[in-house]
Each structure stands twice: as C-alpha cells, then as structure tokens.
Write a protein that binds this ligand. Structure first.
Ligand code: GUN
Ligand code: FE
Length: 420
C-alpha cells in the first residue's frame, strides 16, 4: 500500500515561531498517514521502501488559502492601479474569458501543475462565475492530486456587461454547480460571494441559507481597500462595519475565510476572533495594489486565526515561498509604521502561517502530526553559495528567500507522491 519512509533534514512548524528540526531523520508514512519522525529508523519500519534524499530539506508543503484561478494568465501584468480600478480594467476582462471551456481547461491544467511545482498542495480558490469552467478547475486540481476548496463566484451587481449574473441565474447556477460536485473526492465546494459590492441582499441571503443548510464553508473579501470600505458603507448604511454586511446574512462563521482585512480595526478584529473567522493575509497583493499593510502581529495577539494567500493576480507570485517572504517583509514595514511598537514576524512564524495555519482549516494538526495525511516537499539547496557551513535552521531560513532552479525535487499531497 502507500507506506514508505523518506530520509533527509526534516523541518516543521508545530507551533507559531518554533521549528522542529530532525537532521538526517526518518519520516515514516503508513497508508498515506504520518506514522512518526525518528532520528534512527525503528525496526518495525525497516521493511518499508526508503527514499533517501541525502542532505536535502524535507519541509511541510504549503497552503494557498486565497487565490483567483482565472486571474492566473494575467499574473504580474497590470500592477499600476488600486483595487476597484484594477478589477474593472484588468481582472474582470480576463475572468470573462472563462466562458470558453477550452480556454479554461488549458489554463487550469497548467495552474494545477504549477501549484505542485511550487510546493503548494492545499488551496482555497475563487473560480469565475462560470459553472462549467469551475467544474473544469475542480477536475484539473483533482487529477493533479491537490486538496482543496473551490468556489463558483457569485456576482449579480457592479460587474461588467460580460461578467455579471442575474440574481435568479446566480442562485440557479450555484445549485446546479453544487449538484455536480459530488464526484470529487479531494476538491470540495465553497460558497464564494465575490465581495459585498458584487452581491445583492437577496443573493447574500440565499447564500447564507445555503451555507447553514448544507454546512458549507464560505470565502470572500473584507476591508482590503479604503475606497472599497467607503463603498460598502454607502451600500449598507444599516451596518456599522463592513463585516456586518456578511454577518447579517449568516456568512460570518467558523468556516469562513476573509481575505485581506488590511484595515480591520479592533472591533472588526474582535468579531473575527469571537466567531472563529479565519483572516487570510495576502502580503504580496496588498503591496502590489497599494492596499496597505495588515496588522498581522496584533491580530495574532488578539486571537484571530491567520493563514496566508497568494491572491494571484493581485499578488504577482504563485509560489507560497515568496508569499511567506512577503509576509515577513510586510511585518517589518508594519513595525516601522507602528513606531517599532509591534514585533515583525520571523521566517519561522510566517512559515507556520503558510503551512500549519492553513492545514488547520483542512482539519489537520500543525507540523508533521502523527495520523495526518502527508503533505510534504523535498528541497535541494546544494548548489547555493554560503559564507560558512550553515545549520539546518539557517538553510530553512535561506530557502524562504532564495532557492536554486528546480529546488523542489519531490512533493506529496494527501499521502500520495504527486511530483518527482
Ligand atoms: N475584491 C473583490 N474581487 C477581488 C479580486 O478579484 N481581487 C482582490 N484582490 N480583491 C477583490
Ligand atoms: Fe482576492
């Protein structure tokens, strides 16, 4: 069966800021699940096939908890506008092209492969509003071996002439899409109202009912940009704050992901901590669209769950290694803004957010936890220069910023080898 042992320098993040390092250790896997990490291989695992990765690093694979799949073809093109103008000028036109299933198939096959090449094995993705393209995305992710949630986007106002649904049509298509999702085993549906300005009250109320009745997770955007926040204030004068425009329709739950939250104040953050909403920090995107710098350290101190997302194509890089690096940099900018009163995030902390914090949303324990399905990668850094011999922890830290070509040599997702 799917039982084996991999050998290398094993590094994981079982708690925020604390790495667990086993140099030249053994990671045993039984039936796709982690059996344990050992400095010496116990007798009972000796009969299993052993893959020896020598001096390579064995790391947890990454979780991209917020990404727009149909924006992948425009990644790193159109980086000169703030959010609302950017949506109209760049994002909506490219998403409209996913009315074409052949176009969707080609892009999504490539995207699924590129996630794995970058060591990302678990994802939460926005599709476009198109039912067929959304199912194609789910098929391609499943075929490649990823695990995740995908949402057919709901948007029945403030879109573009070729990228908007009627309220009725949005409800009907959502139900038809959900009916078609039963055939997937590792890719599941997630309700996805684009953001409050994109959805009428009637549509939001429908989605809230659906979330409750079918126990579905939810993803959307919150407090990314000041203009956006002002727009929501005008659309929902009855709501004191942006988050309440989701909460009033039952979309604010412990299975809700809210991307960005750059400008969430103490009251909005308290609502997240209280309800168990997960904030998805997208440092790269927040920088590209000049949205701001989210107060991640403060949120962690206040008990908000934080995970990381690439937010491609607001973000310009698919690799979650780069997003982890952007997270550390953003936290240092925030420290400067906060007059050095907030601590920056270390590489180990940002790594935890990019791996273990995302895994939690998928029901897994942090780090390489015994009993959880294996999500891991092998990273080869043998060709990099160094000023002196580095220990494993230093090599891990360097890998966040700097990797040789084709550094990722193997990837496992849900216990299965999917690359290498
Ligand atoms: N808010 C609503 N739609 C989007 C989107 O596509 N990208 C980002 N970054 N924010 C959004
Ligand atoms: Fe987004």
């Amino acid at each position: 069966m799917n039982s084996f042992v991999i050998k290398g320098n094993i590094v994981s993040a079982p708690t925020l800021g604390q790495l667990e390092v086993t140099p030249r250790g053994y990671l045993a896997v039984e039936e796709g699940r982690i059996a344990g990490i050992f400095p010496q291989l116990p007798e009972r695992y000796a009969p299993l096939p052993l893959e020896d990765y020598g001096d390579c690093l064995i790391l947890q694979s990454l979780c991209d908890m917020h990404m727009h799949a149909p924006q992948y073809p425009m990644m790193a093109v159109g980086t000169d506008l703030p959010l609302l103008a950017w949506l109209n000028r760049y994002a909506f036109p490219v998403e409209a092209r996913f009315a074409d299933p052949d176009f969707a198939r080609a892009i999504y096959r490539r995207l699924a492969h590129d996630f794995l090449e970058n060591g990302t094995t678990r994802v939460c993705l926005f599709s476009s509003l198109h039912t067929e393209a959304t199912l194609i995305l789910m098929e391609e992710l499943e075929a490649a071996g990823l695990v995740g949630y995908v949402g057919k986007v709901n948007m029945d106002r403030n879109g573009a002439p070729n990228l908007q649904e009627s309220t009725e049509g949005s409800m009907r298509d959502t139900l038809a899409w959900l009916d078609a999702c039963g055939r997937f085993s590792h890719i599941k549906p997630m309700l996805t109202p684009r953001f409050t300005p994109s959805c009428t009250d009637e549509l939001m109320a429908f989605l809230g009912r659906l979330a409750r009745e079918r126990k579905l997770p939810i993803q959307s955007h919150l407090s990314e940009n000041l203009q956006e926040i002002e727009w929501v204030r005008q659309l929902h004068p009855e709501c004191q704050q942006y988050w309440e425009s989701y909460a009033k329709f039952g979309l604010w739950t412990d299975r809700t992901l809210m991307a960005h939250c750059v400008h969430s104040d103490r009251r909005e953050r308290e609502a997240m901590a209280r309800s168990g909403v997960t904030m998805v920090h997208c440092a790269n995107s927040n920088n590209t669209l000049c949205s701001g710098v989210a107060p991640v350290r403060i949120m962690l101190q206040e008990g908000v769950s934080v995970a990381l997302g690439s937010d491609v194509a607001g973000g310009t890089q698919l690799s979650m290694f780069d997003v982890v690096a952007a997270t550390v940099r953003a936290s240092k900018t925030r420290r400067i803004q906060d007059s050095w009163e907030t601590d920056f995030l270390t590489e180990a902390e940002a790594w935890y957010l990019g791996t273990s914090a995302g895994a939690r949303f998928f029901g897994c324990a942090p780090g390489f936890a015994v009993g959880d399905p294996l999500h891991a990668l092998v990273l080869d850094d043998s060709q990099l220069l160094s000023p002196h011999p580095l220990d494993v922890e230093e090599r891990f830290q360097r890998a966040v910023y700097h990797r040789q070509r084709d550094a990722i040599r193997a990837v496992w997702s849900e216990g299965r080898k999917v690359l290498g």
